[in-house]
Ligand binder design. Sequence first.
Ligand code: NAI
Length: 810
Amino acid sequence: MASVPEIFQSMEYGPAPEAAGPALEWLQGHGRRFGLFIGGRWTEPGSETFETLNPATAKPLAALTQASPAEVDRAVKAARKAQPNWWAIGGHGRARYLYALGRQVQKHSRLFAVLETLDNGKPIRESRDIDIPLVARHFYHHAGWAQLMQRELPGREPVGVIGQIIPWNFPLLMLSWKIAPALAMGNTVVLKPAEFTSLTALRFAELCQEIGLPPGVVNIITGDGRTGEALVTHPDVDKIAFTGSTEVGRIIRSATAGSGKKLSLELGGKSPFVVFSDADLDSVVEGVVDAIWFNQGQVCCAGSRILVQEGVSDRLVTKLKERMETLRVGDPLDKAVDMGAIIAPVQLEKIQGLVRKGEDEGAKLWQPSWSCPREGWFFPPTLFTEVSPAATIAQVEIFGPVVVLMTFRTPEEAVQLANNTRYGLAASVWTESINLALDVAPQLKAGTVWINCTNVFDAASGFGGYRESGFGREGGREGLREYVKWAPGRSGGQAVRRSGRNARRTAGSNSGRSHASTDRLTDRPSDRLPPIDRTPKLYIAGKQTRPDSGYSMAVLDARGQQLGEVGQGNRKDIRNAVEAAHKASGWARVTAHQRAQVLYYLAENLAARADEFARRLIGFGSTDAEAKREVALTVERTFSYAAWADKYDGAVHHTPFRNVTLAMPEPIGVMGVVAPAEWPLLSFVSTVLPGIAMGNTVVAIPSDLGPLLATDLYQVLDTSDLPGGVLNIVTGVRDELARVLAAHDDVDGIWYFGNQETSAEVERLSAGNMKRTWVDLGERRDWSDAQVGEGEEFLEQATQVKNIWIPYGE
Ligand code: NAI
């Protein structure tokens, strides 16, 4: 018999299985067959069904309905019908329902945990201690946001009917991330769980009935990608919220392009786990366990790339291997098991394939000596060393318990390696030096940075990606934005239909007005002399540049008379401008105060040349008074963004762990801005300055009337201390250039104000690198109205929030 010290050493456990009885009884009570939950009622199981299996045994659990397009339509109609009343019951009313949902989840927490583990294969320890408590927390937290919405989000209203599509790795947790904020903000939802893991969503539908949630507020429809597609393309859905693979995210981006649907995408990742030599290596080892062996590595933000400073690499590898040897893989219902089963054979094969590829490409594989259970789908914890940064396994999301380890020498190299991916979901940084941690965190391209911790989540903190990891945030105040829109005519938002003066200007009708007679400002002797030829060029990297094409194009006034010529920019000019904008990225690190100073100076110089700009506007058909007003408003707007530059703050989220979470709005990077036609001077400035104020660099394409004004503007830029490359102006055929910008992989975001058709195309072309888009679909706004022509909506669109978790206090 083993002695007590020996037992401590070997840490042998006996089995400690959680009883599956109540969950199986629940399944049995439904005859192991489920319909859909639409309009507060259950449908009969459909004609087409599919099985959901237990990944730990490969045995079927229940038959689920494949929802048809007609059923998707019924669910959307039910949600539409329920939405006005759901909004009308007010924040407090909605708060009560969300609170009740939180309570119900808590009251049935063990049933949910067991059901989740049966259906997904994740260890009961995780479903019981992490997933389900976080689900309840999400409903409670958002009950609070429902209660406070009117006060904290004035001027915003619900988006409407939301289609939500979630993956299989955190089934109920993802459901709560989607449903809680949507309902809090007065929307109604149609949610489709992943086909592998629908059971907890179906049990959740019952909770909705139990608490008396008004019918149609939550609809749950099961099915595979076909059902998802029907939901995405349904014309009466106002927004799609999706979590899943980047591949499907891209399909959804294209499918919704131009539809006016709001979209948020939470996609894949290849998150770096950065270990500096002064880190506490024992904590690091436990961190790695949480980073990559949590949920069998099937985690979008899994720390799947360990980057370790050279000096401690060998020690870390030795410690890791020792720890891996003690990990327990097996029956997920066993409370002493660390890792459960892989979701499905298809996923297991994908992992196996990538691991083979890793070996073929020359990386060194290490796995513990014990073997996995034979029944069900299991894969052991796996460590790859001697991995080249370009290797497939260092670049591709494996979505399994496989981690690659690479070394670096300096912090600069660490940042470079960390950012050497097309993704940007999360990162964690391990060091005992707070200075080093807080120096590195802002440099990492990731929506979440965890310092000396990893894979911690909370409803109060936003979560979401940079780059190809998607856009939009879930959780925190920033997550609410996904589920609200600006009420018509309220601060900073909402397009206004073409009207009055704008209509005349866009339509280009300037009829019946003599050019010179009303234009007092132009009526000067000097104007009767032939003008000295001015040849506007493009403005790239702070320099006036001739267009690559060698062509100029005429700019005509409303009556077809030539007002001047501008250079006709092409693809190459856009490329150069984007390159210049990248080179100017230091602008993001200039202090907000300094950015404000430059913008104030810009306003000053604009004001000094007010007459010149007014004359130009008169040339386009404005009256004297209109022109003066537009110039005055432009100066004022420039002041506004100078003012905002150091005032659009982030937040500190009080996440209930031993840390604070800093929610920092960061610039998106290089932004393309395709300016509107109305109010050509004012709207150009209104659309390029928010991005610049927030630290982005911009490639701007002026509108058809705008080029001459924009090129006048660069004379002002030259005298305003704006560093070269921060604002680049490429004139030419606007929509053609817009398409080039939208397709450009080094542009991080694009705003397009123009027609419906190009709006759609801009969204579609942006799917390539998942750049953030903001298009107006041909809607017009009144740029002279500060309520809709400037403000928070613009700043939100010009930034993305990074949440930095910092250990703090007891
Ligand atoms: P997936 O992206 O295909 O599935 C996610 C959800 O989208 C499911 O509900 C699915 O039914 C739905 N869907 C599939 N095709 C659709 C379409 N055309 N339109 C609308 N909805 C559609 O992910 P899948 O197939 O489950 O896993 C594939 C790979 O994706 C995994 O191996 C993993 O690498 C990655 N993945 C990443 C996740 C993440 O959170 N980052 C989550 C799940 C998977």
